[in-house]
Design a protein around this ligand. Structure first.
Ligand SMILES: O=C(O)CCC(=O)C(=O)O
Length: 390
């Protein structure tokens, strides 16, 4: 039996886990403060992120942008999220929500919600998601009133929440995607991590990328990056943790790293990405990252969506979807990228004083991708069946 397994078998109670995390959390927060890699979004000229921010991102593999989402937009996102959670099935097998209404998402091709038993780690040490979560996290014993399962992730935000679709068209976020992946960047996927206090499951240490580790063109940006937009303040006990610089180190033997750490999932060099509500992080998909079972008192809701270099995706054999892997061709990329075009227009209609982002692959096609009930059906409904996982 590995030491990691031994740790997970001696399951602490939620209170013991929170207490055991306290010192790690303090030390991690101090490491994060010393590192910096955070501040307001700054552009040298329209669309061009300040060079020192780009340098910091490429050096460490992440950056925390402070105070990006304004109060009005944040309130809209939160309200949409509250409504979405209110419409979730009452449990993982149910077809109705807590009010007895048909649950959200029954008419979509892919489910909107993923449930896990409270404080568990659904993927660590399993073959799920390409086996990238190599080692199991500590699974604390939840309090007696925790229930059988809790919402862990929410999918398909662009088809269920208009404010989320508008967020997807945010001009500064899309400008960052262009800075990192080029003007013809493509989408990846989106997922909302819901970490309710005392319930939220862990996400075991992993690197996101699955396909390009042995590519002759491998470099630190080849698997793209993810944004996380924080709807509530996140604390070191509830937030995402990363091991700085690991995006440059190729595919890591995470099991060995945990074993070297005495079987503990509290890896020594990791830093927490603690944020205020409205902050936005970027995390390189090759970074080693994880989040712990949320035994804190803090709710975290992180709207997570990523973007790729076009050349990483075109011709790649897809990974990370529940469907048969397909080779991503021009048509698939175009169809999924059209969500960006519609999102930009949805945003333009709602925030008419803001300068919209110009997405190069759709220049000249704008009128065909205006936000309307027609484009909802043609472009947005079930858009996530075209996700571009690599
Ligand atoms: O936010 C989290 O807890 C996990 C995020 C994550 O694993 C990811 O974005 O790949």
């Amino acid at each position: 039996m590995s030491e990691a397994t031994a740790v997970s078998m001696e399951a602490p109670t939620a209170a013991e886990h929170a207490a055991a995390m306290a010192r790690y959390v303090d030390e991690g927060a101090a490491r994060a403060r010393a590192l910096g890699n955070r501040g307001p979004m700054r552009f040298e000229r329209p669309g061009r992120l300040a060079q020192d921010i780009l340098d910091d991102y490429w050096r460490q593999g992440f950056y925390v942008f402070e105070n990006v989402i304004g109060a009005e937009e944040l309130a809209e996102l939160r309200a949409a999220m509250v409504d979405t959670l209110d419409r979730a099935p009452v449990n993982k097998d149910a077809k109705v929500d807590a009010h007895g209404r048909p649950a959200l998402g029954l008419d979509f091709e892919r489910p909107c919600f993923l449930f896990v038993p409270p404080l568990t780690d659904p993927w660590g040490g399993t073959k799920h998601l390409g086996g990238r979560h190599q080692s199991k996290m500590t699974e604390p014993i939840p309090d007696a009133d925790a229930g059988e399962d809790a919402v862990y992730m929410v999918y398909g935000m662009c088809q269920t929440m208009e404010p989320a679709l508008r967020l997807y068209g945010h001009p500064h976020l899309l400008a960052i995607a262009e800075n990192l992946n080029g003007p013809d960047f493509t989408p990846f996927n989106d997922a909302i991590f819901v970490k309710q206090p005392g319930l939220g499951g862990s996400v075991a240490w992993h690197q996101d990328g699955l396909t390009h580790w042995n590519s002759p063109d491998w470099d630190e940006g080849i698997h793209g990056f993810n944004f996380q937009v924080q709807l509530y303040p996140t604390t070191p006990a509830s937030c995402l943790w990363v091991v700085p610089g690991t995006h440059k180190r190729g595919k890591l033997d995470i099991k060995a790293m945990v074993a070297e750490n005495g079987g503990s999932d509290r890896l020594p060099d990791a830093v927490p990405l603690a944020c205020e509500a409205g902050d936005v992080t970027i995390v390189n998909r090759q970074m080693l990252h994880a989040s712990f079972a949320n035994t804190s008192r803090d709710l975290r809701i992180s709207m997570t969506f990523g973007f790729h270099r076009r050349k990483s995706v075109l011709g790649a054999k897809g990974a990370l979807t529940n469907m048969e892997p397909v080779v991503y061709d021009e048509e698939r990329i175009f169809d999924r990228s059209a969500v960006i075009a519609v999102a930009i227009d949805a945003r333009r209609q709602h925030f008419p004083d803001e300068t919209p982002y110009v997405y190069q692959p759709f220049v000249g096609l704008e009128d065909e991708y205006r936000w309307s009930p027609e484009t909802y059906e043609r472009v947005i409904r079930d858009y996530n069946t075209n996700d571009l996982g690599i």
